[in-house]
Design a protein around this ligand. Structure first.
Ligand code: GDP
Length: 524
């Protein structure tokens, strides 16, 4: 197969959802269709349960699982599909945000009974930032849920995206009969607990009298609903979908494997193949001959005796080859990889080559940081691995005077890995760690001790937000930094950060300094 065709057949995406909506279940069914796994239950949820917060072995085990399921590749109908897994636990949301920078589209799973939930909203904001194309799968139709029209309205209102149903439920919960598949013009019938192939009957025209034979007294309602749909929603068009303005919607039940194949069949047809990537210098097109890629995730080894990691590189252009020298742009040095790995479903194996859209795991001993670029030689810096203002802050202090060096090294490396964010307070020079949730602090403390032999002490710091600030008015910026000295910090890249301890303080600052821009994410 030639290079162009290899690119065209790739679909790299993530499945995102609020915990418990059915992401793991859906992932597993997709893998079954790809023949990548043969038994249900093979995909382990990488969820870290709330109750497990103090159970360290559990967290270590979970980290092990999450490396195995980081990327799941499989072939389906001639397409090469790469599913990038995202951690379900909200304390690791930052990880999920970064993973979303490496995908070309996403599937959002929504629980039919719960509708749009907090995590769905947050993840969607990240998709909005990059206009990532989104397909919605409304799951658990076998259970009593909300009215489908209400769900569509909720999605439009809460996720700020237009929707277009491509399948439509017939009944719901106890009376769920199946869906009318608008995309393929057929009736897909649901049989409870029958987890095999769905029975489908072609119906180009839902006014055909035979329809009643299959769905009985639901017929009139379906025809009525379809009339409303055709009246309210414009015909499905791939352009607004690819631009990230329109989300096609499917209904089904992942657990019963209902509506999943239909989702996948539509997905491979309409979802984008690898897209161009914006680098600082220029736009990189996948078809370019020279290889380029960026590191979006680093996974440390669980063996504390040697610090080895896997750096995950997303191939953006050209062909990646084993044993070829590539340039590590930040360090300005050439590196060669003798055992890069690809991920096929549950296995990881050494690969000789990889194409745009693919993810390659590079064994590393601390060369890489999140966001690093790797190229055939060109000075390219990929941008856009945003940091978001953390939600929780703590001072970190050394608790063992003999191990100060270990602690600093540990903090540095864990931050490079993207475990949390580090800020240095300008007033007192103290280190502040910012996270999305409590669990991250516990993971850092544990890993510092077990991987670096460093003891740490923590002191909570009550902050509302950390905002990155900038201004075209140099004097005003200097003036601000002088006046707010006790609230100023720098991040790891040396950028100015304003630590607002309340919403009021932030509001006042914004009012008083009109020429300063306050950002809640580091990408601006
Ligand atoms: P995740 O947290 O989003 O990965 O959710 P899981 O895939 O682990 O699913 C959460 C729970 O919902 C599990 O108990 C699943 O068995 C259940 N579940 C998933 N899909 C369906 C469905 O279509 N119908 C019903 N009734 N339950 C489902």
């Amino acid at each position: 197969m030639n290079f162009q065709d290899e690119i065209k057949r790739r679909r790299t995406f993530a499945i995102i959802s609020h915990p418990d909506a059915g992401k793991t279940t859906l992932t597993e069914k997709l893998l079954l269709f790809g023949g990548a796994i043969h038994v249900a239950g093979a995909v382990k949820s990488n969820k870290i349960k709330k109750t497990a917060t103090s159970d360290w072995m559990e967290i270590e085990k979970q980290r092990g699982i999450s490396v195995a399921t980081s990327v799941m590749g499989f072939d389906y109908n001639g397409y090469k599909i790469n599913i990038l897994d995202t951690p379900g636990h909200q304390d690791f949301a930052e990880d999920t945000f970064r993973t979303l920078t490496a995908v070309d589209s996403v599937i959002i799973v929504i629980d039919a009974a719960k509708g749009v939930e907090a995590q769905t909203r947050k993840l969607m904001e990240v998709c909005r930032m990059r206009n990532t194309p989104v397909i919605v799968f409304i799951n658990k139709m076998d259970r009593e849920g909300k009215d489908p029209f209400d769900l569509l309205d909720e999605i439009e209102a809460e996720l700020s995206i237009h929707v277009r149903p491509l399948s439509w439920p017939i009944g719901g919960g106890q009376t769920f009969k199946g869906v009318y598949n608008i995309f393929e013009h057929k009736l897909d019938l649901y049989t409870p607990s029958k987890q095999t192939i769905t029975e489908s009957i072609k119906f180009d025209d839902i006014h055909h009298p035979d329809l009643e034979k299959y769905i009985g007294n639901h017929t009139a309602k379906l025809r009525e609903d379809m009339e409303i749909i055709e009246g309210v929603y414009p015909l499905f068009d791939t352009k607004p979908y690819l631009e990230g303005h329109l989300a096609p919607v499917f209904f089904g039940s992942a657990l019963n494997n209902f509506g999943v194949k239909e989702l996948l069949d539509c997905f491979v047809q309409i979802a984008p193949c690898p897209l161009p990537t914006q680098a600082m210098e220029r736009v990189i097109h996948p078809e370019e001959e020279a290889f380029s890629g960026f590191i979006f995730k680093i996974h440390a080894n669980m063996d504390p005796n040697h610090r080895s990691c896997i750096a995950f590189v997303k191939v953006c252009s050209g062909k990646f080859e084993r044993n070829v020298n590539y340039k590590h742009v930040r360090q300005n040095k050439m590196l060669r990889f003798s055992s890069p790995t690809a991920f096929m479903a549950q296995k990881k194996e050494v690969v000789d080559e990889a194409y745009p859209g693919d993810i390659v795991g590079l064994p590393d001993t601390g060369n890489f940081k999140i966001g690093d670029s790797l190229t055939s030689g060109e000075e390219i810096h990929f941008k856009g691995l945003p940091s978001f203002s953390p939600e929780m802050f703590k001072y970190i202090e050394n608790a063992d005077p003999m191990k100060a060096k270990q602690l600093n090294k540990g903090i540095d490396q864990l931050m490079d890995e993207g475990v949390a964010q580090l800020f240095i307070h300008q007033n007192n020079g103290r280190k502040i760690i910012g996270t999305v949730g409590q669990l991250q602090f516990e993971v850092i403390q544990y890993r510092l001790l077990h991987e670096y032999g460093a003891q740490s002490k923590w002191e909570p710091l009550s902050l509302y937000k950390a905002c990155w600030i900038e201004s075209d008015d140099k004097d005003e910026l200097e003036n601000f930094k002088r006046r707010k000295f006790q609230y100023m910090a720098v991040d790891k890249e040396g950028r100015d950060v304003f630590l607002a301890d309340s919403g009021y303080i932030l509001q006042m600052a914004q009012q008083d300094f009109k020429n300063i821009r306050f950002h809640f994410s580091s990408e601006f």
